[in-house]
Every structure is written in structure tokens, then in C-alpha cells.
Write a protein that binds this ligand. Structure first.
Ligand SMILES: [Cu+2]
Length: 359
């Protein structure tokens, strides 16, 4: 049913890292008990903590996005991707020097068919650190199939996609949390060989991904803190659809479109890295849900679908009236941090130019 992929949007610059309040409190409490030398040392540490934690060789890097390459020969699919450093404006005026696949975060949407053999090549354009690819859609010995590709090198790996679904992919290089939270995540859809039983009812389909952002390249914040932004992106499944990065306004500024009466299908995945998503579309009930996107996991009549970190689903619902239907994670502390998008439903399915509001 699906075809085609697009590309992402990027901008330039760097980011700052804020001082942990715990450190500030500690320096405050001990202020009168320490020698002037130690006091100076504390100030120096605090000053350093305010500088961006960009790895030295990444400082001047901002590689343009490289289009995903996919070629098919029967059931052999050749996929070429890059690991690269690219700035992403995750919030207005805040650029994050992301570690990415192909210059997008989440990375480009990959679509293959159940039973395909994937021949995957990763070109690591990062001059400083190794990267790798862990496709949740395949069976392989991770130390071989998901092995590191060293800086400025290429690695090729082969495996079969035997299960249909909406799977996460991510860099699996240690520390994995740094690589995922810095932007190295995405989605691979494996289309079921016999389709979904509701294929003939669906008029519109989209792909949506949820991810979190933390303080820049701050493994402590990624490990012990809470996300600074929780966001949605949409990836082009069909020609002409938007293809965005995970930013706080990505699916607000350009809402998804549908026509009154349409049955809408969304391929959704929560790439985390840490948080669960409680995916809900306001003003509808999901008629059909395929947990993890496998037709065998068919459920009906769900209000909210829980997506564990890395979990996916295919959800389908019918939009019965004109209007703006927000989709959220119903963990509203995360909706407050950005995880809201809009589906605009009009009489003819075209954008009537009206404001969606609610940013
Ligand atoms: Cu990596």
C-alpha cells in the first residue's frame, strides 16, 4: 500500500547546557566552609558546565541531509544510510547539533515487505565516533549484524525481515542512550504480505513518530533527568506528504489532512528513548488497532494505545465531522512539552487555510 520517502528540514548553530540545580545548591551550602582556592574551583566548574558539550570534532560540522537510498531487486532490498552530524531546530531558536541518520531526527522512514532480505550499508560520516544500526525488524546476532562502523568507514550487513510491523531502528553503539537521545532513531515499516484486513476501508494514511529531547549530549540528564521536549514528527509515506524532524511545532504548523467520513490510518511508533507514549486522537475512538503493526494483533474500540519505548502500532479511526482533531500522548506533562499534533478534517480533504491554533 505504501511507497516513497522524502527528506527532512535542518538549520544551523549550537546549544547550551544548563547547570544542574543540585550543583548550585551544594556550592551555596558549602560556600562559607571552603578555602578561596576551592571556591574558585567551584566557580570554574560552574562556568565550564555552562558551555555546550559538543564533541570537539563535531563543533564545525553541520552536514546537509543525505537522501535515503533504497533499491529493490526482487525480494533483495539494498538500503544505504549515513551516520552524520546535522543541526536540527527542535524548538524555535534552539538548534541541537544532532547525531543523526541521513541528517534527520528521527531518521528517514524505511519501508520494506515481509520476507524481504535487507542488505544494509551504513556510511559513517562522523569523524569522531563509531555508530551502528539496530533494526528491531530483524533477527541477527547483534555483535555481528549491528556491529560498530568506525569513523569515515562503511559497513554492510544482511538479514531478513520476517515479521510485519512498525518497528524502531536506532544506533546501538555504547552508550546507547547517548546515541538514541542525541537523535539516532527512526522507524522501519515491514508491510504484511497479506495486508491488513481493513486495507480496503482506509482512505488516508500517515506515519507519526514520538521522541524526547534532553539537555544537549548530557548523559546524566538523559539518565536521571526528565525530557526538555517531547515531540511528534511525521514522515512521508506517499508523494507530496510532509516529512519533518521531531520538533515541538512539526505537526502543528503543517497539520495532517483528511476528508469528512475518511477512515484514517496512522503508523505510529514511540522511539523514546525513555518514556512511554499513551497515544490518543482527541474526538475519536480507534475502530481498529494492530499492536506493533502486526495484523495478528488486531484489537477494536480502543481510546488510547500504549506504546512502550520502541513500540509501534497501526491505528485506524473515522473522522465524522469537519474540524481540528489533536493527537497527543495522554501523559499530559509530555503534551505540555510539545507532544501535540493536529489532523485537520475538511469537506474536501484539502487545507482550507484556517488556523489550527492551540500551540
Ligand atoms: Cu551512534
Amino acid at each position: 500500500m505504501i511507497k516513497k520517502i522524502g527528506y527532512g528540514v535542518v538549520v544551523g548553530l549550537s546549544a547550551t547546557v544548563l547547570l544542574l540545580s543540585a550543583c548550585a545548591d551544594e556550592s551555596q551550602d558549602t560556600k562559607h566552609d571552603v578555602s578561596p582556592d576551592l571556591e574558585n574551583a567551584i566557580e570554574t566548574v560552574n562556568a565550564e558546565a555552562n558551555t555546550p558539550e559538543v564533541i570537539e570534532p563535531h563543533k564545525e560540522l553541520n552536514d546537509d541531509p543525505v537522501p535515503l537510498e533504497i533499491e529493490r531487486d526482487g525480494t533483495d532490498v539494498y538500503i544505504n544510510m549515513t551516520a552524520q552530524i546535522t543541526d536540527i531546530e527542535i524548538e524555535k531558536g534552539y538548534n541541537y547539533k544532532a547525531w543523526t541518520f541521513n541528517g534527520e531526527a528521527p531518521g528517514p522512514l524505511v519501508v520494506v515487505n515481509e520476507g524481504d532480505t535487507i542488505h544494509f550499508t551504513l556510511e559513517n560520516k562522523d569523524p569522531a565516533i563509531p555508530h551502528s544500526m539496530d533494526f528491531h525488524a530483524v533477527h541477527t546476532a547483534p555483535d555481528k549484524g549491528f556491529a560498530n562502523v568506525e569513523p569515515n568507514e562503511e559497513g554492510t550487513f544482511s538479514y531478513q525481515a520476517t515479521k510485519p510491523g512498525v518497528f524502531m531502528y536506532h544506533c546501538g553503539t555504547a552508550p546507547v542512550l547517548s546515541h538514541i537521545a542525541n537523535g539516532m532513531h527512526g522507524v522501519i515499516i515491514v508491510q504484511p504480505k497479506d495486508g491488513y484486513p481493513t486495507d480496503h476501508e482506509v482512505e488516508k494514511e500517515y506515519a507519526i513518530i514520538q521522541n524526547e529531547w534532553y539537555k544537549y549530549n548530557d548523559l546524566d540528564d538523559m539518565t536521571n533527568g526528565v525530557p526538555s521536549q517531547v515531540v511528534f514528527s511525521t514522515k512521508a509515506l506517499h508523494e507530496g506528504q510532509s516529512n519533518t524532524n521531531g520538533t515541538v511545532t512539526a505537526v502543528k504548523d503543517e497539520p495532517l489532512l483528511a476528508k469528512v467520513g475518511d477512515k484514517v490510518r496512522i503508523y505510529v511508533n514511540n522511539v523514546g528513548p525513555n518514556e512511554v507514549s499513551s497515544f490518543h486522537v482527541v474526538g475519536t475512538v480507534f475502530d481498529d488497532v494492530y499492536i506493533d503493526g502486526n495484523p495478528a494483533n488486531h484489537m477494536e474500540g480502543l481510546q488510547t494505545v500504549m506504546l512502550p519505548a520502541s513500540g509501534g502500532a497501526v491505528v485506524e479511526f473515522t473522522v465524522k465531522e469537519e474540524g481540528v482533531y489533536p493527537f497527543v500522548t495522554h501523559q499530559f506533562n509530555h503534551a505540555q512539552k510539545g507532544a501535540v499534533g493536529f489532523i485537520k478534517v475538511t469537506a474536501d480533504g484539502k487545507d482550507d487555510g484556517s488556523e489550527v491554533g492551540g500551540h
